[in-house]
Structures are given as structure tokens and as C-alpha cells.
Design a protein around this ligand. Sequence first.
Ligand code: NAD
Length: 314
Amino acid sequence: MFMSSVTTAPFILDGIAIASQIKSELAVEVAAARDHGYIPGLAVILVGEVPASQIYVRSKVKTCAELGIYSEMHTPPASSSTEELLHLIASLNARESIDGILIQLPLPAHVDTPRLLEAIVPSKDVDGFHPINSGRLLSGFPTAKVLAPCTPAGIMEVLRRSKIPISGQRAVVIGRSNIVGKPAAAMLINASATVTICHSQTQNLAAITREADILVAAIGRPGFVTLDMVQPGATIIDVGINRITTEAELERFFPGDAARRASFDKRGSTLVGDVDPAAFAVAGAYTPVPGGVGALTIAMLMANTVKAARLRRG
Ligand code: NAD
């Protein structure tokens, strides 16, 4: 059990271990679904050939296979029109064997992304981006009945499974995106935290973040949250995934870290979150980058696919 203390070393919230625990539980659930005569199924739509998206999609399909979830990939060309993609979504909406539909973002600029996201039938919206599902989340529908965005759902799993107190705690979320910041704030409110959302126009940011018992950083800027912005003993959830490629950044964020140096020399880059690693020193607990929240996102996509399959069958 996690105990917050400023006098002991910060507790590392191991996203990889938590994701693997969730996946083991899901494999059991998928086996039970098969016994009940159905196999949860996920359709992934990847438009065009964006290398980073191809990597993400491949690992989603691979994880489906590991858990016994049926998956299929659709790879329409980058030149596809919104109408053509709407047609594909309609055909997947109608198929009984497909429980989840995921459109890998970002889409080419000429495509009407909000229109496509709204075209997915809400019961198959495993990314949780459809306004019906975000509305249900905001309305406080029971977690078991909502398809909620995967990354913030992963944050909540990390907090709950690590027994970090949430109810009555002061939570500060930096970032107001529909993918992370806003749904993370909604989930924390639903779990009875007192929540403040900060963003690019927030004034006196450090004064607000210093009040946080739980600080969620979802900004997209390497090492943005510095030591002076953290309350000693706070739990820091670092959602950011930023690739740094310069010697100066390596020295700034990982001075004297031989393992990082070796990995940087090998790959020419390394990852840093939205929190300056120096700030972790005063935390009670924190998610590392890599190996923190990022590890949970695919596990929660799998969880949503299994949940969607169950909910559609009553
Ligand atoms: P986004 O660009 O959509 O949103 C960034 C937010 O940060 C905005 O709401 C903006 O208001 C806020 N912001 C920007 N500058 C700020 C400033 N100076 N002060 C305060 N707030 C500021 O990004 P996103 O999609 O929410 O992603 C955020 C980060 O999380 C990125 O690093 C992204 O790579 C990462 N991410 C990780 C996962 C995962 O699986 N771990 C999933 C999604 C996103």
C-alpha cells in the first residue's frame, strides 16, 4: 500500500506492471466471453501512412491477439474523402462481430475529423470521443457503463490500484484537451476530488499547481513542470511524451544519468514527460516517462473493447 511521505524516497507508480495486471484480468474476461458464445472485436482505421500511427496501430492489433480479442485493420489511402470514410464507418457500425471502432488520429487535414468521430455509433466508440460518451462521463454515469477516453481512464487505474487517496483531495490538471485534460478532470470530479483545470491562459500557474495533492500534467512540453511548481509529497501524473534530440536537453533533464546517456547515444533521442525529472524528487509518488501513463493507454483500449462487447449484449 502506498503511503505519502516527504521524508522517504518518492514512490514510482509502475505503469507497465499495472497495465500487465489489467491485461491479465481482461484475458480472463475474454475467455469467459468466448464461453458465452462471443468474441469481442475491434476494428482499427488507419488513414494513410503516418509512421508513428502505424507503430501505435500495430501494437493495438498485437495486444488484441495476446488477449484473444478479434481485430481487423482498415487502411484507406490518405487521399480518402470524408464521405468514403463515413461509408466505411457505417459498414462497421452495422457489423455484429465488431464491438469497437477506432480511428487513429491525426487524420489528413482535408478530412472532417469531428464528423467522423460523431459517425461512430456511441456503443462502439472505444476511444470515448463521441459527444454522447463525453456527456455521459460528465453526467457521472457509473464507470462500468461509460466508454471513457483511454489515457485518463488509465490515470484513474494508476491512482486506484496504487491506493492513492482521491476523494476530498485537491487535484490540479494542466491541459484542457478533449483527449486527456478535460476527461481526466471529469473523472477526478466523479471520484470526489476538488479539481482545478489549468491551461495556456492560466495566470499564476505555479501558485495553483503548488496546492495540488494530485498533479496531472498533460501539456505536450518537455519538462514544463518544475520543482517549484510541486507541493512536497504530491502525487504527480506525467502524461507527456516528448522526444528530445539535443545534447542540451539531455544535460538539462538527465544530468549524470548514465542509462539515459547510453540510450540517447544509441537512438539519437530519448523521451521526457511534461514534468522536469528533478521535480519528482519532492513528490510522494510519480509516474515515470517512459513506463508510466503511456503503458496504460492500450490496456484501457482493450478494456473498453471488452466493455463495449459486454454492454452491447446487455
Ligand atoms: P494538446 O496539445 O491537445 O493539449 C495541451 C494542453 O496544454 C492544452 O489544453 C493547453 O491549453 C495546455 N498548455 C499549453 N501550454 C501551456 C502553458 N504554457 N501553461 C499551461 N497549459 C498549457 O495535448 P494532449 O493531446 O492533451 O497531450 C498532452 C501530452 O500528453 C502530450 O505530451 C502528448 O504526447 C501526451 N499524451 C500521452 C498519451 C499517453 O498515452 N500517455 C496520450 C495522449 C497524449
